[in-house]
Write a protein that binds this ligand. Structure first.
Ligand code: ATP
Ligand code: MG
Length: 270
């Protein structure tokens, strides 16, 4: 099973390439080395989780992958072309749902179309189907304050998918949600990903979440973030919540945790 999955993955084209990603922030109090020489590939249709402790440069890396921030050294390639500014094929979902409080749900979802000058009517069917898909049909005229945190984050997922991106970048999108809602959202992400075949990069500092979602987990060391290890997760799909209490899942979790603790100790003695 594992080897056939690995062979299948090897045949897939590289969608995103992170090449020597390095970021030094120049601040009033000195230079912060946030990210140092990180390189890895994300294949077409793959779900890659980037895992690392707080402050290790995960957001810095993702913002660079989205084209919103420049790297100090290195580059990000999409289908072989360097990303230097936000790209229409790449959508990003942030930790905070980032809905505008004075717009209702539908008008929040339509915002990217307005910015791009696309009449929302042109995408109405797609938006309606997505709203139904995430269980938000009927909530179109509600305002963000009338929605739960999970519903707001589902709306932000619809907003990102409505523009039909090829790549979805997610920066700890469920970090602020309770454990039950988080499980539900991870199931939803897996379903949408399996249905759509999109390439997804998902950032988290939660090891179990990364194992549940990922084809591969890219582990970063504590700051400055360096590539510590890449784990291949060959658990069968669709993954269920029951799987997270099975011995194989727990063994994987223990192995990744041990590698992180080991990497952390090594980085601290550098
Ligand atoms: N605009 C900035 N100016 C200066 N330093 C910054 C800036 N953005 C991030 N940093 C620093 O770079 C390092 C990496 O930050 P980053 O936000 O990428 O980490 P992270 O892994 O996403 O952390 P978290 O898990 O807490 O979100 C941190 O030390 C942070 O203080
Ligand atoms: Mg972050």
């Amino acid at each position: 099973m594992g080897s056939s999955l690995a062979m299948q993955a090897a045949r897939q084209a590289v969608k995103l390439r992170v090449e020597d990603a390095t970021k030094h922030y120049h601040t009033r109090t000195g230079v912060v080395h946030a990210l140092e020489g990180v390189s890895f590939d994300v294949r077409e249709g793959e779900l890659v989780c980037v895992l690392g402790p707080s402050g290790c440069g995960k957001s810095t890396l993702l913002w660079a992958m989205s084209g919103l921030h420049q790297l100090t050294r290195g580059r990000i390639l999409l289908d072989g072309e360097a990303i230097t500014r936000p790209h229409p094929a790449i959508a990003m979902i942030f930790q905070d749902a980032n809905l505008l409080p004075w717009r209702n749900l539908l008008r929040n979802i339509n915002l990217p179309f307005e910015i791009k000058g696309i009449p929302p009517a042109a995408r109405r069917d797609r938006v309606n189907a997505l709203l139904k898909r995430v269980g938000l049909a009927g909530f179109e005229t509600k305002y963000p304050r009338e929605l739960s945190g999970g519903m707001q984050q589902r709306a932000s997922i619809v907003r990102s998918l409505a523009v039909d991106p090829e790549v979805l970048l997610m920066d700890e999108p469920f970090g602020a949600l309770d454990a039950f809602t988080r499980d539900e959202m991870n199931l939803l992400i897996q379903e949408i990903w399996m249905e759509s075949g999109k390439t997804v990069v998902f950032i988290t500092h939660n090891i179990a979440e990364a194992i549940f979602l990922a084809d591969r987990i890219v582990v970063l060391s504590p700051r400055p973030g360096r590539l510590a290890r890449i784990f291949e997760i060959d658990l069968p799909r669709p993954r269920t919540l029951e799987l997270t209490t099975q011995p194989h899942f727990i063994e994987t979790l223990v192995a990744i945790k041990a590698s992180i603790d080991h990497g952390g100790a090594r980085a601290a003695s550098d």
